[in-house]
Ligand binder design. Structure first.
Ligand SMILES: C[S@@+](CC[C@H](N)C(=O)[O-])C[C@H]1O[C@@H](n2cnc3c(N)ncnc32)[C@H](O)[C@@H]1O
Length: 314
């Protein structure tokens, strides 16, 4: 497809959005709700004008202060990229040999799986770039600190009983959620135990609540206290030592919102990580209610499916 005429409509400091491949439609809906003008949309890149005051939840990455330069040769592209102080990070767009040829002649950081490390230091800077049609697009200001928000981890394929553990690994490594060795945490809807397994390695004590049992793999870990029960009928007064509340429970957004409000009103717990799950379309109205809770944010994690993660830091 020829994007040349649309590329000419880009205003200075336009933005590049990298969508999650399975949630392009949700991102487009979110942009529409905020009246953001989409100039180009493919399954792997969206270019917009404006969007200064708003960061879409359903974006895998956003590049700001973008510069688009029409180039006539591979050498011209190489010259431009060589002028940047920081190493490049090439985002390949399908069937784009021009980009491939330039990328072979300049230094780029290779995509590397991330090691799980709470509060990863992120000490590298890079220039994100891609080629669309005959335009070289560059940005030194990306929302995600790992290129393209590609949050693949060096996985542990043996210990955790479910792959849900990757959501917490991502939360702790990338988004500054900090569990201290002195914390006591509660997880509701915890079976088979992927999250509980992660939490048991970081906190002093983990209350794990589900109507279903934990996997035998983690049943014997000493600081896990599993209770068989209905997570929506708990009395917070029975958990006076809890400092963090975690939920990956399968329920409607309304039900988890109500549960969070109940804990906020009936316990001293102020730190939460909760998955908000959708059947069908994302309910943006209820997300506004979650965001109205102070010190909180909503992220669509790389490891989230049709769900988002609400984090309250304090
Ligand atoms: C997506 S799974 C949780 C996966 C888990 N976080 C992990 O890492 O392995 C959701 C869990 O919610 C539990 N659940 C749903 N409704 C519940 C309720 N009312 N009380 C307790 N658990 C419930 C289900 O039994 C199920 O195990």
């Amino acid at each position: 497809m020829d994007y040349y005429s649309q590329l000419k409509k880009l205003q200075p400091n336009f933005k590049v959005i990298i969508p999650f491949k399975d949630y392009v439609a949700e991102l487009v809906r979110e942009l529409g709700l905020h009246s953001i003008e989409i100039i180009i949309k493919t399954d792997s890149i969206i270019l917009v004008n404006g969007m200064d005051q708003f960061t879409p939840i359903w974006a895998q990455d956003v590049w700001s202060d973008c510069i688009g330069t029409e180039i006539n040769s591979i050498n011209q592209g190489i010259e431009i990229l060589k002028k940047y102080k920081n190493i490049g990070s090439y985002y390949p767009l399908v069937k784009n040999n021009f980009g491939e040829l330039i990328s072979q002649k300049v230094k780029n950081i290779p995509l590397k799986r991330i090691k799980f490390q709470p509060n990863h230091p992120f000490d590298f800077k890079f220039t994100a770039w891609t080629i669309l049609d005959s335009f070289l697009i560059t940005s030194e200001k990306t929302l995600k600190r790992f290129p393209f928000g590609w949050h693949e981890f060096e996985e542990d394929k043996n210990s955790p009983p479910s792959r849900a553990y990757l959501k917490l690994w991502e939360t702790f490594t990338i988004y500054g959620v900090n569990i201290e060795k002195s914390d006591t945490v509660i997880e509701v809807g915890s079976s088979p135990g992927g999250w509980t397994w992660v939490l048991s390695g970081l906190a002093n004590k983990v209350y794990s609540i589900d109507r279903a049992p934990l996997s035998d793999k983690i049943g014997k870990i000493e600081n896990i206290y599993h209770q068989d029960g209905d997570a929506f009928k708990l009395n917070p007064k029975n958990y006076p030592d809890v400092t963090w509340f975690f939920s990956d429970i399968i329920c409607t957004p309304e039900k988890i919102y109500e549960t969070i409000q109940f804990w906020l009103n009936n316990s001293p717990v102020r730190k939460f990580v909760c998955t908000i799950k959708f059947k069908g379309d994302c309910n943006f109205d209820i997300l506004k209610q979650f965001l109205a809770i102070e010190n909180s944010t909503i992220i669509h994690l790389y490891h989230n499916k049709n769900e988002v993660t609400w984090i309250k830091y304090a």
